[in-house]
Structures are given as C-alpha cells and as structure tokens.
Design a protein around this ligand. Structure first.
Ligand code: FO1
Length: 305
C-alpha cells in the first residue's frame, strides 16, 4: 500500500509513473485543497482535478491542468456579462465544477464527491481531499491578503510575498481516511510539490504531522527544487517570502522531522552530505520528468528507497 501527499502538476506527473508500477487499488492520494476557490458560484478544486484528469489521461499536458482540447465559450460569454475571466475555466472542465457544486449543495462531503468523480473517470486510485472543511491558503502581500489563486493566476505571482496564512488550519479536521491512510500503509511518498502551499497545507492540518512521525511506514520525499529553482510554480517566491533558502536542503529541513529518505536531483549532488547531517538518507536521481520513462524511472527510485 502506498499513500502519497500531493499538490498539483508535479505530483500528477510523478503519480502517472507510480501507477505504471503499482496497482491503482493500492494507491491513496491525499490532495491539497488550500487552492480551492469559489468562482461563478462554483466550487473549484484545482489540485484534485489536475491529479484526476492526469491519471485519467485527459489532462492538457502542455499546461499541466485543465482538459486537453477544451474550449472556452462559456468563459467568453461570462466575460460579455461583465464577470471575471482571469481563471481560465474550460467548457468541459466546468462540467466537473457544476457536478461538484451540485453534490456539495445537496449535503455531500468533498471527499464523497471526489470519490464519485474518480470512479466516473474510470480510476481505481483513492483520491482523498486533505479535508472536507473550509481551508484556504492566503498570501500576504504589500496590498493586503489575497487568495492563493488570485496571487498565482490573477496577479501572475508578481507581488512580493510577506507571508502565507492558512485560513481554517485551527479548525479543519483531516477528511475521514486521511490519518488512517498514513498510519496503515507501508510507504508514504511526499510528491515533488510546492513545500509551502501544497505539502505545507497538508502538514498544517491537525494530526497529520504527528501521524507521519508515528507511522511505521517508510517515508520518502522527492525534492521539488532542482538547482536552486522550482521545476514549476512559484515555490521560490514563497520560500523567499518566508525567509527560507530556495534549495533542496531547505525543503529537506522542512520535512526532516518525519521523512526517512529524501530524493534530490543529480544537479544537487553537492547538497547530499549536508542533508544527510539532518539524519535523512539521500538518494540522487534524475527528478526532471519530461517523458513517461522519466516518470516511471523516478517512481522506481521512490519504491526502491
Ligand atoms: N493556472 C493558471 O496559471 N491560469 C489559469 O487560468 C488556471 C485555471 C485553472 C482552472 C482549473 C484548474 O483546475 C486549474 C487551473 N489553473 C490555472 C491551475 C491552478 O491555478 C494551479 O495549478 C494550482 O492551483 C497550483 O497547484
């Protein structure tokens, strides 16, 4: 059994390789929901959808999110009605948000809706939202506090980051099955996702970090930082904002209290010794996933360490 902690695009790419080696039925993916946003009256869960669409083979591979070949007629029409269009919701993608919002309004939990959507997409993995409760990642900027999607997409990560806040972290409970999936598994994999706003959100939930420390599972993390830069996304700006170094070492430090092994890219070989001093085993591999072979190769390293 494998339990993965995941954010969006980087995690989805890695998981594509993993499910080539492991039966989907033995994989549980705990997904960040701090990026979730309500727009046009719809509940959007970008990281859940990115992972589900990728594993179902329908993701727009170039962007890493959304559905391949999607059109944007509804968004254009919304624009003509004076609505905000900065978040590019495709027509087919919108169907997922309508489906989710309807079921949530009927009283279903996000985890129940996600399980149903996963089944309807033909997947056998368990995709678990980290929480069914409200949890929102907010970025503190000079102009005030804004939703993570507003920072990333609307303002294109232009603002200097003064801090990151997790609204709901004090009250949100992990979704049913989250703690169990960490405690009763043989391996926990921390995917190559943003350590602050993807994995950091999951770790901020009550009981998650303790479960990771207590579980007998082998715990492996893959560095999302290669040669001093994130593979994708604004992790560098967020790390700077929190006065942290942008390096594989800095990520290892954030996870040092619970992981057994850290996988770093060959470009970061020089940091191996320093990371080992944190009491973590280090494996060096190619972590850049361009092809399916790269993804499978990285998954093999993770499974073997
Ligand atoms: N990312 C963008 O950079 N621009 C967009 O307009 C955008 C729309 C979007 C719609 C649905 C969805 O599931 C994801 C979308 N993303 C978009 C990606 C998303 O903002 C980020 O990938 C994650 O939230 C970070 O993990």
């Amino acid at each position: 059994m494998i339990t993965a902690l995941a954010g969006g695009v980087g995690a989805a790419r890695f998981l594509t390789g993993l499910v080539k080696l492991v039966d989907e039925k033995n994989v549980t993916i705990i997904v960040n929901t701090g990026d979730d946003i309500e727009l046009h009256g719809l509940h959007i869960s970008p990281d859940i959808d990115t992972i589900a669409y990728t594993l179902a083979g329908i993701v727009d591979e170039e962007k890493g999110w959304g559905i391949k070949g999607d059109t944007f007629h509804c968004l254009t029409a919304l624009g003509k009605l004076g609505q905000e269009t900065w978040f590019a919701l495709g027509d087919k993608d919108l169907a997922m948000h309508v489906f989710r919002t309807n079921l949530l309004k009927k009283g279903c939990k996000l985890s129940e809706v996600t399980a149903e959507a996963t089944r309807l997409l033909g997947l056998n993995v368990a995709i678990l939202p980290m929480t069914d409760d409200r949890f929102e990642t907010r970025i503190v900027t000079k102009r005030g506090e804004i939703h993570f999607q507003e920072y990333l997409v609307k303002r294109q990560a232009r603002d200097a980051v003064y801090g990151v806040k997790f609204l709901g972290a004090d009250t949100a409970e992990p979704a049913v099955g989250v703690i169990d999936a960490i405690m009763n598994t043989t391996k926990v994999v921390v995917c190559p996702s943003n350590p602050i706003v993807s994995i950091g959100t999951i770790l901020a939930l009550k009981g998650v970090r303790d479960a990771l420390k207590k579980t007998n599972a082998d715990k492996v993390a893959v560095s999302p930082i290669v040669a001093g830069a994130p593979i994708k996304g604004p992790a560098d700006k967020l790390l700077w904002g929190l006065r942290l170094e942008v390096s594989a070492y800095a990520v290892a430090e954030l996870y040092a209290d619970f992981i057994d092994t850290f996988i770093i890219d060959t470009a970061d070989l020089a940091q191996k010794g320093e990371i080992e001093k944190l009491g973590i085993k280090v494996r060096v591999a190619n972590t850049i996933m361009r092809t399916l072979e790269d993804k499978v190769h990285l998954a093999k390293i993770v499974l073997g360490s």
